[in-house]
Design a protein around this ligand. Structure first.
Ligand code: NAD
Length: 279
């Protein structure tokens, strides 16, 4: 069957997350969807958060259930404190606990600085940065309460912040987005430092250009895709499964000693490709 994470040459994931409970925000589209499915394929039970589009969330749930693990959809806006608190509380009730929080939900509201409204600025900061703070906080409370259960995982919990190459690459015309992801970098590192003594691992994954609805304009026409490939030394646009697989391995015990790091999954976009032929 097609799993939504199948791809040419992709090895089948072994059940490296068996018995773990994961929550993925923004899990009914793009990177979040592929990540939720990959975590399920690796043996985790998964909460599929969405803010709108119940039908697509239900499809993701069905695909995860096809691996013989549990899943359910949960509607919540990650920028709303009461909704995030209720989402994690329900998960603890239904699944018993949480082991993995993937704070993935994000959006863009692009405009040149002089055209950007305060509402555009605030919306992106609220979802991309405050949303990650709220999700990390609620997950960490449960990780600390429960502590390490060695039969399940070597750590008490894992938080993955979905960042972007724009946590370090400035991006004209997208100051709200770049500022939010720059904030995610320091959020992640500070939480990693604060929570490591509790055996909680906080890391980030920073995608480059991945084919999803968020950046359709950048790859939807052959001309746009050719321009984009000029920024990618590996000369292919990424697929959601590229990110999903990196997250899956990162939250597994194979990566137990990885704490406070950003894994760039970007085909080399952060290698200053403009300098490849001189400079
Ligand atoms: P996408 O638009 O396909 O998915 C974003 C998801 O977030 C959607 O499910 C959307 O409904 C959800 N969402 C938006 N606001 C929300 C809210 N308030 N509460 C809960 N969910 C909300 O885009 P994507 O490319 O899959 O993006 C996922 C993450 O990856 C984002 O954080 C994005 O910044 C990051 N990212 C994407 C790329 C890329 O090239 N696609 C590159 C770098 C980083």
């Amino acid at each position: 069957m097609t799993t939504g994470v199948d791809g040419p040459g992709r090895p089948v994931l072994p059940p490296i997350l068996r018995g773990q409970k994961a929550l993925v925000t923004g899990a009914n589209s793009g990177i979040g969807k592929a990540t939720a499915i990959a975590l399920g394929q690796a043996g985790a039970d998964v909460v599929v958060n969405y803010v709108s589009g119940r039908e697509t969330a239900d499809e993701v749930v069905r695909e995860i259930e096809s691996f013989g693990v549990r899943a359910y959809p949960h509607e919540a806006d990650v920028s709303q404190e009461d909704q995030v608190v209720a989402m994690v509380a329900r998960m603890v009730e239904e699944f018993g606990t949480i082991d993995i929080m993937v704070a993935n939900a994000g959006l863009q509201r692009d405009a040149a600085l002089t055209e950007m409204s305060l509402a555009q600025w605030q919306k992106v900061l609220d979802v991309n940065l405050t949303g990650q703070f709220l999700c990390a906080r609620e997950a960490a409370k449960e990780f600390k309460r429960r502590g390490v259960v060695p039969e399940v995982s070597r750590s008490a919990g894992k938080i993955v912040c979905m960042s972007s190459v724009h946590q370090i690459i400035p991006w004209a015309g997208h100051v709200n987005y770049a500022a939010s992801k720059g904030g995610v970098l320091m959020l992640m590192q500070t939480l990693a430092q604060e929570l490591a003594p509790d055996r909680i691992r906080v890391n980030a994954v920073a995608p480059g250009a991945i084919r999803t609805p968020i950046n359709r304009d950048a790859w939807a026409t052959p001309e746009a895709e050719a321009d984009l490939l000029g920024l990618i030394p590996y000369r292919r646009v990424g697929d959601p499964v590229d990110i999903a697989d990196a997250v899956t391995v990162l939250v597994s015990d194979l990566m137990d000693y990885v704490v406070g790091t950003t894994i760039y999954v970007d085909g080399g976009m952060t290698l200053f490709p403009g300098f490849a032929t001189g400079g």
